[in-house]
Design a protein around this ligand. Structure first.
Ligand code: ADP
Ligand code: MG
Length: 314
């Protein structure tokens, strides 16, 4: 393609809210034969909602929710935002199912009054969060987070986790002072266009793959709804990049679509990294493309644009 054609294509992309960082990135997209999608915040809306909360201690519901939300308040993860929002609604409207714009709440500083102070906050990508509240350790996250910290998961809790996961939800466990005190069920609806985009890619001869840090039961339930057959679940951030490399080893050209900090190694490893515009800055920096409309149809737009731009001169 001539420099003019590249410039024109870059402009066409921009009109669709597809920002392309350079001519090389534009050229590589035509070759893509795998598109690897992150799940949470990429295939799903990332606007998760808490659907259940079970408390296993003497603690009342309000105390439990305050504790969990205080632990999650510093996390940027969509699951964390869902939990804080749920607790907020419990305290202020006594209707946790009502939804409010989280950014609005943040702007109004409505959280600060009821949250407890958390010390030594650590976000553990692919696992959850950990900090100290009232001098005791609190853990909020998945099975690995708890077991790695020596917290036992009773059979009835495990059974409830399985029940949530089989209905495509994520179970979030809460341990305080070394004891499991409750569990939250979180649902994260699929993006409206996700299934159509998966189908569209297959028609173009491109294989869709899902890679996620979430557990395999939830991952498979979500993939099934989308018609994705290749699913890699319970993958740590570094593992996501390994998945990309394993496809590249066969000589394939691989695109990665993601939104999170945990996706940035994979976005950098991919031949074509595509970040969701609403994603974290680190993901946007690591990517070659930014999809500003947060619409997965633009993955197809990007590949199409490259194919059209570079096939003309062949
Ligand atoms: P994905 O790859 O789908 O974007 P992540 O790698 O971000 O998912 O997270 C994987 C899993 O780790 C989540 O499904 C959840 O169980 C747990 N997790 C991660 N961050 C948090 C958090 N802030 N609060 C609770 N659980 C979390
Ligand atoms: Mg994500």
């Amino acid at each position: 393609a001539t420099p003019t054609a590249v410039m024109v294509a870059t402009g066409v992309g921009a009109n669709h809210g597809v920002l392309i960082k350079g001519g090389d990135a534009l050229e590589r997209a035509q070759m893509v034969n795998y598109v690897v999608f992150d799940k949470t915040g990429t295939l799903t809306q990332g606007k998760a909602t808490v659907t259940t909360a079970k408390v296993y201690t003497e603690m009342d519901r309000g105390e439990f929710l305050t504790l969990v939300a205080s632990a999650e308040a510093s996390s940027e993860h969509p699951l964390a935002k869902a939990i804080v929002e749920y607790a907020h609604h419990f305290h202020f409207f006594e209707d946790p199912s009502a939804t409010t714009d989280i950014q609005y709440l943040e702007k109004e500083h409505k959280y600060s009054g009821w949250l407890l102070e958390a010390f030594d906050f650590t976000a553990l990508p692919g696992r959850g969060v950990q900090c100290l509240i009232n001098g005791k350790q609190i853990l909020v996250g998945n099975r690995s987070l708890l077991t790695e910290n020596g917290v036992a998961i009773p059979t009835d809790t495990e059974n409830f986790m399985v029940e949530l996961e089989e209905s495509a939800k994520t179970g979030i466990l809460v341990a305080y002072n070394g004891v499991l005190i409750g569990i939250l069920g979180v649902a994260d609806p699929l993006k409206r266009e996700a299934a159509v985009v998966v189908e569209g890619l297959m028609k173009m001869g491109v294989k869709p793959v899902m890679v996620t840090g979430d557990n395999w039961r939830t991952a498979h339930a979500v993939a099934k709804e989308l018609g994705i057959h290749d699913v890699r679940a319970e993958v740590m951030p570094a593992g996501k990049a390994d998945v990309i490399r394993s496809f590249q080893k066969d000589g394939s050209t691989v695109a990665m679509v993601g939104d999170g900090i945990n996706d940035s190694p994979a976005l950098a490893a991919a031949d074509v990294g595509m970040a969701i515009g609403a994603g974290t800055d680190i993901a946007i920096e690591a990517a070659d493309y930014v999809l500003m409309r947060n619409n997965l149809e633009d993955v197809i737009t990007a590949i199409d644009l490259s194919r059209k731009t570079f096939s003309r001169i062949r």
